[in-house]
Design a protein around this ligand. Sequence first.
Ligand code: ADP
Ligand code: ADP
Length: 226
Amino acid sequence: MVEISNIEKFYKTDDIQTLALNKFSMKVKEGEFVAIMGPSGCGKTTLLNIIGLVDNADAGSYLLNGKEVSHLNERKRSKFRKQNIGFVFQSFNLIDNRTVFENVELPLIYNNVKKSERKEKVESLLKKMQIMHRRNHYPHQLSGGQQQRVAIARAVVNNPKIILADEPTGNLDSTNGNEVMDLLSDLNDNGTTIIMVTHSEHDAKYSHRIIRMLDGQKVSENMLKI
Ligand code: ADP
Ligand code: ADP
């Protein structure tokens, strides 16, 4: 499903050039749950941005569902992104002046889903996430755990094949963090592929495989479950 080979990514600021990814390769099969770990600055976010088609690599190949996507322009990347990928962030990234319902509805509006169908989809998902009673509340009126549940609902409302999660429990206490990890595991059990960046060994144990990075390279890969 995701097959990355010898990816390189450079950043240039003033006269300093950083090699954020250095001939990085990885494969993720459909239905897998992979955790990516490594110290701050090792290239995890850069990698997720490339997998998520937010950014292009400077060299190497990226096959998404068998199609080479490493050189697509922004318009095509955006189309692929909407069809295939849902994002979950450490800081939730909900829109402050929209309600819970409206936040989750937004990706459906972008995908031209009609109003009655939007209502049905959003409400059934909010029920499943046990957040329906908060449908008319704004993000600042919710706890961190509730905000992340809304953010996950928003990430999955279009039924993406892949969820990319960047430290999804980083701003949560352990109770809320475990709830969020259980939710991601449920989605994975139902067939969604998950690639998650985490600093938490505890959270990484929910995955099938841990990839460890250092200085833009892969240093190890551990299979936990098949
Ligand atoms: P994390 O360690 O949680 O992955 P960082 O704090 O390293 O996040 O990066 C947060 C964001 O800031 C990223 O989107 C990254 O692209 C950007 N960023 C990181 N380092 C730099 C830098 N030296 N110059 C400009 N932007 C950066
Ligand atoms: P991580 O997510 O593991 O913390 P990042 O992918 O954010 O790592 O960053 C990898 C390296 O690239 C770091 O040295 C960071 O400072 C640099 N970097 C990331 N984003 C940018 C950017 N937009 N501009 C310049 N340097 C960046």
